[in-house]
Design a protein around this ligand. Sequence first.
Ligand SMILES: NC(=O)c1ccc[n+]([C@@H]2O[C@H](COP(=O)([O-])OP(=O)(O)OC[C@H]3O[C@@H](n4cnc5c(N)ncnc54)[C@H](OP(=O)(O)O)[C@@H]3O)[C@@H](O)[C@H]2O)c1
Length: 464
Amino acid sequence: MSASEIYKFYNDQNVFITGGSGFVGKVLIEKLLRSTNVRTIYVLIRPKKECDAQKRFHNIFDNILFEKLKSEQPEFRNRVVPIHGDCTTTNLGISEKDNERLKSEVNIVFHVAAAIFFNQHISTAYAINCKGTENVLSLCKEMSVLKVFIHVSTAYSNCNRPYVDEIIYDTPSKYTQVENLLNRLTLKEARKLTPKLLESWPNTYTFTKALAENLVRDKSGNFRVGIFRPGGVTSTYKEPLENWSDSNSGPNFVIRCASLGYIQIFSATHSRIELVPADLTIAALIATAWDVYCNQDKDKLPIYNYVTSNDNSLTICELFSVVCLQLRNYPSNKAVWVPNFRTVEGSPMVYFFIFCYHMILGLILDFLRLLCFQKPKIFMVMLKTQLIIKDLYYFSVREWNFSNKNVKDMWGQMNEVDKHLFNFDMGSVQWIYYLRNYFKGLRVYLMKETLEAVPEAKTRMKRY
Ligand SMILES: NC(=O)c1ccc[n+]([C@@H]2O[C@H](COP(=O)([O-])OP(=O)(O)OC[C@H]3O[C@@H](n4cnc5c(N)ncnc54)[C@H](OP(=O)(O)O)[C@@H]3O)[C@@H](O)[C@H]2O)c1
């Protein structure tokens, strides 16, 4: 490891991570523990209705994602510490003791936490994505040994532009104006005004992520800052295990619903899709903190567009055509209908027919359920699914051009040992190899259905 510059950078460092209980955060924690010698990782974690923060923290490590780490480093739990709190609260709502500890010890911060649902209420999206970022930055300003702060954004924060450079684009309304307005409005009024507020952004997620980037630029302190913008993060390619994901967003949502029979037709084009496997994404994110601290000017705020199409493009139709072949090979035991998933060329009119088709199918299937004395539920699920699909439509019929010069330059700065330890070269991904087992991974890790149950599901499928 002595030849790894990135390993040296992380050696004996204390890291603070927000969003550690989420999909991206878990992969980040695992890789940092397995491939670097960080001293401690502090993980911000909030309680949820059904579970207190301590239990939620322990649950993170029950995930199969951590099995390899457990076998290689059984004592790894000594290096992770929960920090109970919530981004949206002043001072993150953390205890005085934790506050002091973070202020005096933390060297590297990854701000990963976010509200990622596309059409979350604008006030919630703002509170988490913007106010949350501001609160984390305020704490960072008080950290006496902080070296670098990395803000995780998204490649789609500027999806209202056809070309996205590695720069911060000013938003037409400043985040302060948006905040002042939201403070004055009731939730109902804010919802009504949302389409106007969003201007050319398609949803509250991308809009508030764009505002947050502006906020990071304006409010960071006397430490180095970088913004990392990945495309759609998908299942792992190889590390620590193949095809792992527990995310139910983007293409995973479509594929899961298709396997259950809730989506039969999807409107897609031959547009490029910016998918980036989670393990490569995290390798790039870890390298970003090193690059910002070791290779960039102190007064610069480098942006890293981590995308696919410049090096190894994949289209939406290619993705779904490979994956849909697997749906019948590994049918789900919970499917309500045969997964006859197919894609058609998209236009608003085609989308309208697809919507109607699903609604009629939902009514027919519910009628059949009633005849079998079962509770009708399929129509409602299909309706909700189609409403989410409507939100994805914007992304399934467009493509973007990205500059990824900073990512390329960072790769160029890395030595061979680091390139091996922290491989994020999208050119090395063999899409066919990856996609062949994509659904198998979702079935096991996201849908929690074992492969042993496949024969039973196939028999069940024959009855339809
Ligand atoms: N997934 C993608 O395809 C993708 C693509 C591009 C960029 N990104 C970016 O990557 C980051 C992580 O995304 P993800 O897919 O991992 O999302 P995720 O699975 O929904 O995780 C979100 C994380 O943020 C935490 N969080 C949300 N609100 C919080 C609050 N008020 N206080 C403390 N923690 C809070 C969540 O904690 P709880 O468990 O308590 O809810 C969770 O740990 C986001 O910044 C997102 O914009 C993701």
